[in-house]
Design a protein. Structure first.
Length: 342
């Protein structure tokens, strides 16, 4: 029983859309949407994760379903801290002894202030020591790339709030770009497009479901279509329209283009030796955005590079951060060090 007295080390992939928790020796034990439902009058937390996500767009006045992270960084500090604390308690049932070491993933383009906020949230939620690892690095480790070798590995991590593109060699990031265009922006683009084309108001959840069922980045052999329900903006009544996946592709064209541009400009800044390696090894796609049909085809088409989707794109970052926890001493160098000489 002795092991339960020690706070187990954990890694947290604190994402805009989903938060995953990896516990040392156990693997990924928790994967929930990053949503907190709060009672606005008393300030108490009613639900977190799946429970809270069901409430988005369906709440009365005194309840707010908040997504505490926006664009990969903390937008609502209290809610983030509550959420983290809740997730840690889910994992550590007996929390009297639990003061874990924690590795938290952050986007690579994060400012010092935003990074400070992530650390604070970790300490407030009960961590003994918080380490920070950059998302593309964690994603690359999680996708099984040989990050410590002297070859170029290119990772494209399309998440909910940010798209991280990085070229990694010798255990460090050589060139990277973090653009705040990702899954959420695709949803917003769908909402805006449906408004414009069909004058139909959609909720965020419906838009996300449309993206999952119909979304594609490259023409498909058989384009599916689906009935979409929303509120008619003219009559104000609920209405159903049939939308095909080709139309949806037009809707998400702009944010998709931004993502592809980020890949292009990262390739543009890559040292020639590494660019040659990437030509051989290809680009690896991770993150929820990697599940968008035809994204690999589209990138192949636009860059001329081979593109592979990671085995489990949704949990690559968590698995990579988890590996940092398992082999703490060996992977210490990839963690962002605390000592900042100003």
């Amino acid at each position: 029983m002795a092991s339960s007295f020690v706070g187990r080390d954990m890694a947290v992939d604190l994402g805009t859309a989903n938060t995953l928790v990896y516990v040392r020796g156990k693997g990924v034990v928790l994967d929930e949407p990053s949503v907190v439902a709060m009672n606005t009058t008393t300030g108490e937390v009613l639900a977190v994760g799946h429970e809270a996500k069901r409430m988005i767009g369906r709440t009365p006045d005194n309840i707010a379903a908040i997504r505490p992270l926006k664009d990969g960084v903390i937008a609502d500090f209290e809610a983030t801290e509550q959420m983290l604390r809740y997730f840690i308690q889910q994992v550590h049932r007996r929390r009297y002894f639990a003061k874990p070491r924690m590795v938290i993933c952050v986007p690579s383009g994060i400012t010092a202030v935003e990074q400070r906020a992530v650390k604070e949230a970790g300490y407030q939620a009960g961590a003994r020591k918080v380490y920070i690892v950059e998302e593309p690095m964690a994603a690359a480790i999680g996708a099984g790339l040989p990050v410590h070798e002297a070859t170029g590995n290119m990772i494209v991590d399309v998440g909910g709030g940010t798209t991280e593109v990085a070229v990694i060699s010798l255990g460090g990031i050589v060139t990277s770009m973090s653009v705040r265009t990702a899954g959420d922006d695709l949803d917003q683009a769908i909402i805006a497009w449906m408004k414009k084309e069909y004058s139909l108001m959609l909720g965020e959840r419906t838009a996300e479901e449309m993206k999952l069922t119909l979304g594609s980045a490259f023409p498909l052999p058989n384009e599916p279509e689906a009935e979409i329900r929303g509120r008619d903006m003219v009559s104000g009544l609920p209405r159903t329209v049939v939308v095909s996946s080709a139309e949806l592709r037009q809707a998400i064209e702009e944010p998709l283009h931004n993502i592809i541009d980020a890949v292009r400009s990262t390739l543009d800044q890559t040292p020639p030796e590494l660019a040659g390696d990437i030509m051989d090894r290809g680009i690896v796609l991770t993150g929820g955005g990697a599940l968008l049909r035809g994204l690999d085809e589209r990138l192949r088409h636009e860059t001329g590079m081979p593109v592979h989707v990671a085995e489990d794109p949704l949990s690559s970052v968590a698995l990579g951060a988890g590996k940092c926890v398992e082999e703490f001493e060996a992977l210490q160098q990839v963690l962002v060090s605390d000592v900042r000489r100003f």
